[in-house]
Design a protein around this ligand. Structure first.
Ligand SMILES: *Cc1c(COP(=O)(O)O)cnc(C)c1O
Length: 452
């Protein structure tokens, strides 16, 4: 029978992460201090991040060794399988070959522990006792709860209050791994208290939760903050995905022509494609096409201008050079909670700006339809986030059917949708709303972006 899974042995988990900063034609624009508009130094980040992660953030080294203790934890689910989606190919009657890398086999169910484990490890090494973070629907919070548990650190997760109340299952998962989960806005922080004073019924937002988690870390000597996407070191840790995929394509005797991934902050997509983008940047595979998939309701890469902006709504972060819809932009309530971010990772944005990477945007109904086609053929019910690149993949495969091209198509399958079945239920009931691009709201939000 024809092979469906391309598997690596445990000892083939990569021994170093790939740092694309080493291969960029021009360096990344540095993050700026919002008050002075001067580049920020490492000392500005030291109160909230461990030194090793700050070093990785600015490193120009091509390869950064993965500590043995981190690889030891990775072994619980890595290397993850690369699948050839033969049943999907048949269902679509396409001559294209479709592959996907499956990150849903991790204990929290997504790619996110690839960085959570590394971050918890460096914090443990440098004496941190407790880590704080924010979470929306709970994917990131549960990944950090899992990772901190394995390295015996305490974990405090500020969870957006509406999600805390409406989506209890990931909260229970976090608590099962021993994390403390607090609905945000809360009375734990000064910022939370101010918000509650103005609006006692405030449903919360990711921006508010970020501000609370940072304040908590900054005020406690033994506590550090952690971010699950966007930053350079997070994308770096996710390159284990793409490095494994490259070896697995060798086993399969193929190399992708087109690669798709979904983008919220950009970490799973970048992690999967950067080791291949390296071949494009160095001229080995100039024809490779790489496509980022995002929601039409929050079209950061396809509509957002490339400029300096804050990473959060409360203006606590430095200014980052990125495609942005404005830090005050609140996207419509689509079901892909993980893709509702106003900006994107600066590394990814630069490559999109320089046309090395393309971007497309989809409506949520067409995205869920594609996810069900995939589930019907391959069995996996993917996360609503992931469904965006399933849509991109299926469209490309159908184009190949028309032209007769036998393209090799890849997509990064970032996680399962078992905690998001409510969204599928809404789709089945035909109650899912497609939101048009909120041009007016974006225009208003862009007016609030600081001038640099
Ligand atoms: C969080 C999440 C995303 C979006 O985050 P990125 O940093 O863009 O990867 C995508 N897919 C899944 C399954 C997620 O949990």
């Amino acid at each position: 029978m024809e092979q469906v899974k391309f598997l690596l042995d445990e000892n083939e988990i990569p021994k170093a992460w790939y740092n694309i900063q080493a291969d960029l034609p021009t360096p990344l624009d540095p993050p700026l201090n919002p008050a002075t508009k001067e580049p920020i130094g490492p000392e500005a980040l030291a109160p909230i991040f461990p030194m090793e992660l700050i070093k990785q953030e600015v490193s120009q080294e091509r390869w950064i060794p993965i500590p043995k203790e981190v690889r030891d934890v990775y072994r619980l689910w890595r290397p993850t399988p690369l699948y050839r989606a033969r049943r999907l190919e048949k269902a679509l009657k396409t001559p294209a070959k479709i592959y996907y890398k499956w990150e849903g086999v991790s204990p929290p169910g997504s790619h996110k522990p690839n960085t959570a484990v590394a971050q918890a490890y460096y914090n443990m090494k440098e004496g941190t006792q407790r880590m704080t973070t924010e979470t929306g629907a709970g994917q990131w919070g549960s990944a950090l709860a899992f990772a901190t548990r394995l390295f015996e650190l305490k974990c405090t997760v500020y969870m957006v209050k509406v999600s805390y109340e409406q989506k209890p299952y990931r909260r229970i998962l976090m608590e099962s791994w021993g994390a403390e989960c607090i609905p945000s806005p809360s009375k734990r922080t000064d910022y939370g208290k101010t918000v509650l004073k103005d609006d006692p019924k405030c449903p919360g937002s990711l921006g508010i939760a970020i501000s609370e988690a940072i304040e908590d870390a900054a005020k406690h000597e033994d506590t550090k903050y952690s971010l699950g996407s966007v930053l350079n070191h997070v994308l770096l840790h996710q390159t284990v995905v793409g490095l494994e995929t490259k070896k697995q394509f060798k086993l399969a005797g193929d190399y992708p022509d087109v690669m798709f991934g979904c983008v919220g902050g950009g970490s799973n997509f970048s992690g999967a494609v950067f080791p291949f983008v390296a071949d494009k940047l160095t001229g080995k595979k100039p024809e490779l096409k790489v496509v980022a998939c995002e929601p039409k309701a929050c079209p950061t890469l396809t509509k957002g201008p490339y400029m300096y902006d804050f990473g959060d709504a409360a203006r606590t972060t430095p200014l980052f050079m990125m495609h942005t819809l404005g830090h005050t932009f609140v996207p419509p309530p689509i079901h892909s909670g993980g893709l509702r971010y106003h900006g994107d990772a600066p590394l990814l944005c630069k490559l999109v700006k320089e046309k090395v990477i393309d971007a497309v945007a989809y409506h949520q109904n067409e995205v869920f339809k594609a996810a069900l086609t995939f589930a019907g053929a391959e069995g996996i019910v993917v996360a609503p986030e992931t469904a965006h690149c399933v849509k991109g993949t299926i469209d490309e495969a159908l184009k190949c059917k028309e032209t007769g091209e036998e393209k090799v198509i890849f997509f990064a399958n970032s996680g399962h949708g078992h905690f998001d079945l409510g969204a599928y239920d809404t789709y089945h009931a035909k109650k899912l709303v497609d939101y048009e691009y909120p041009a007016k709201l974006v225009k208003k939000a862009l007016e609030k972006v600081p001038k640099v």
